[in-house]
Every structure is written in structure tokens, then in C-alpha cells.
Design a protein around this ligand. Structure first.
Ligand code: SF4
Length: 331
């Protein structure tokens, strides 16, 4: 586990595992599992934005879903304000859903197409019983103001809006229940770059206004650079590096992070960054490589890497890396 500073902890994820059974055509075959999230630990401070990055299939979205119990985790703990929410019963979980909200990549799929914005927002408030019925209209208008939508939006349906506007409705719905933590799962990935910037700025503004905590899941490092306080990099179901944003972007210490960062375009035609091309594909999470999971693609792998799994260890203050040679490889 990482060192805990005096900032207030909101969420602690402790040795979280999410395995999905693989269907076999024979009862005699041993059961296999997709180890989508395999022994992941991290924490979130109140009011911060922690981003999870990695290639598709690294387990970042599965981690978010497991925290929310949208999929029931296989093992581990998720401590929210000190309580393990994986032990909560349905009633306790329903109550908690107000505190923990999610914004998905595709607002069109997550908004009911048969409901007007008014019905969508009203339903969210009614389920969580956060605003008395007679005050809901006032609150809805307030919410539209926060996310930059006009009052007329209330009587319109999701298909009548642009992608960016629909994401604003998704944000308003999340805000409607006074959340503390919002998990943004590829929340801006489907939007044009100019609209992405608007939504990111809106999220930042709302975070300051309402002291929100964000777990921001994205494959896009430029977006992550814009919004994060800290960044966690995942590879094949494991955390490989976690650090404050500046430390991670300026001085990555895991070969995988280094390779990911080398692929970000540089907005300067006179400067060219050394590109690290990784060989091969991401191995299967059903039968991940022994030792360090990255050894099949790592340009620095040794015999030790094939046998011994590196621990996630602190190499600088608040900078954790799981590589046997983190200090030697990159100064
Ligand atoms: Fe590469 Fe070995 Fe470090 Fe894994 S432990 S990242 S294989 S050098």
C-alpha cells in the first residue's frame, strides 16, 4: 500500500481482484478465468483526481465497475470512508449510490431515450430521495445552470442534443444526487477534441465548486495530463506505476509507462521525442506471463523478470513502481 499523507482519504482499494470465468465446452476441462483485475491496491484523497490509464484490456474500466459493484468483485476490499462497501447489503448499497456516481463514455446509451431531461433528473433525485418533490424543479434549473444548458432543455429528449450536450446531461444527472466521488469512465473519449476540452474544464470547475473527487479512467494521456492530480498506470490487470502527475509525466520509471508516454504527440515541430515501440501484442489475461507480466514486451527484461513478480514499491516520495530495475533504468 502507498504512504498515506495527512490529506483525508475517501476511498481505499485493497488487493482488489476481478476474475471472470471462461465458458468451456467440457465439464472435464479445468475452469479458466480472465484475470481482469489482479490484486490492485490504491487510494483516493478527498477532492483529488486520480486517473487510471493503460491500453484497452488493462483492467482500468473493470476496476471502476468493481468499485461500484456493477460487477461483484472476486476478492479484496473497497473501503469508503473507512467501511468495506463489499460487505454492504442491497439497502446499504442503494443508499451509497448517491455518494458514488458514474459518467460513462456514451451518454446516449446511458440516458433513457424515452425520458425527457426533466424525467431523467427527477428520477435520479426521487430514487436517492435527496430533494423533496416540491423543490425538484428549482433544483433541476440549478443543475442545468451548473452544466451550461438552457432551461428549455428540460422538455427535450436525449436524441435532440449533440454529443457534448448529452454528456452535460449525464453530468447533471450525476450531480443531482450530491455525490462525493464520480467515476468518469472514458467520459470524453467519444467527443471531438474541442468539445472534450469544454467538458474537462466543466468537470474541473464543478470539482472546485462542490469538492468532488474524481476517478478518471482514460486511454488518452493528453486528457489525463489535463485533468489529473495523480496518475496510475495499469498493465494486464496490475498497477505498474502510480505517482503525482508531474513526476509521472516528467520522470516515468516503468518501461511500460515510458512507452505509453512516448506515443503522445508533441505540439512542437522542432522537437521530436524518442519513440519506444513495444514488440508484440498484450498477452491474454486468461494465462498472463509469469513473473513480471510485462516481460514478454519489455526491452529490458532479464531472466529474473520471467520468474519473480516485482512488488509495487516506493522509489521516490509518493512515486510507486513495480519493476525490479526501476532506479537503474531511468534516472
Ligand atoms: Fe521490464 Fe523486468 Fe522491469 Fe518487468 S521487471 S518492467 S520485465 S525490467
Amino acid at each position: 500500500m502507498q504512504t498515506v499523507e495527512k490529506k483525508k482519504l475517501l476511498l481505499e482499494v485493497d488487493h482488489l481482484k476481478q476474475y471472470f470465468p471462461v465458458k468451456t465446452d467440457s465439464v472435464f476441462k479445468p475452469k479458466n478465468y480472465v484475470k481482469a483485475v489482479d490484486d490492485v491496491s490504491f487510494h483516493l484523497y478527498e477532492g483529488e483526481t486520480l486517473s487510471i490509464v493503460g491500453e484497452s484490456g488493462c483492467g482500468k474500466s473493470t476496476t471502476g465497475r468493481a468499485i461500484l459493484r456493477l460487477d461483484e468483485p472476486t476478492d479484496g476490499k473497497v473501503l469508503y470512508s473507512g467501511q468495506n462497501i463489499l460487505d454492504f447489503n442491497k439497502k446499504e448499497m442503494r443508499k451509497l449510490r448517491g455518494d458514488l456516481q458514474v459518467i460513462f463514455q456514451d451518454p446516449f446509451a446511458s440516458l433513457n431515450p424515452r425520458q425527457t431531461v426533466k424525467q431523467i433528473l427527477n428520477e435520479a433525485m426521487a430514487i436517492q430521495q435527496v430533494v423533496p418533490k416540491e423543490k425538484r424543479m428549482e433544483r433541476m434549473l440549478e443543475l442545468l445552470g451548473y452544466v451550461g444548458l438552457p432551461e428549455e432543455a428540460l422538455d427535450r429528449y436525449p436524441h435532440e442534443f449533440s454529443g457534448g450536450q448529452r454528456q452535460r446531461i449525464g453530468i447533471a444527472r450525476a450531480l443531482a444526487v450530491n455525490p462525493k466521488l464520480i467515476i468518469c469512465d472514458e467520459a470524453v473519449s467519444a467527443l471531438d477534441v474541442s468539445i472534450q476540452a469544454q467538458i474537462l474544464n466543466l468537470l474541473k470547475k464543478l470539482q472546485n465548486q462542490f469538492q468532488l473527487t474524481f476517478l478518471f479512467i482514460s486511454h488518452d494521456l493528453s486528457v489525463v495530463r489535463h485533468i489529473s492530480d495523480r496518475v496510475m498506470v495499469m498493465y494486464l490487470g496490475k498497477v505498474v506505476e502510480i505517482a503525482e502527475k508531474k513526476a509521472l509525466f516528467d520522470s516515468p520509471h516503468h518501461p511500460y509507462t515510458k512507452a505509453l508516454l512516448s506515443s503522445i504527440p508533441v505540439p512542437n515541430p522542432t522537437y521530436s521525442r524518442e519513440k519506444v515501440i513495444l514488440k508484440g501484442d498484450v498477452p491474454s489475461p486468461i494465462d498472463p506471463p509469469s513473473g513480471c507480466r510485462f516481460h514478454t514486451r519489455c526491452p529490458f527484461a532479464t531472466e529474473r523478470c520471467k520468474i519473480e513478480e516485482p512488488a509495487l514499491r516506493e522509489i521516490n516520495k509518493n512515486h510507486y513502481v513495480s519493476c525490479h530495475f526501476a532506479e537503474q533504468l531511468f534516472q
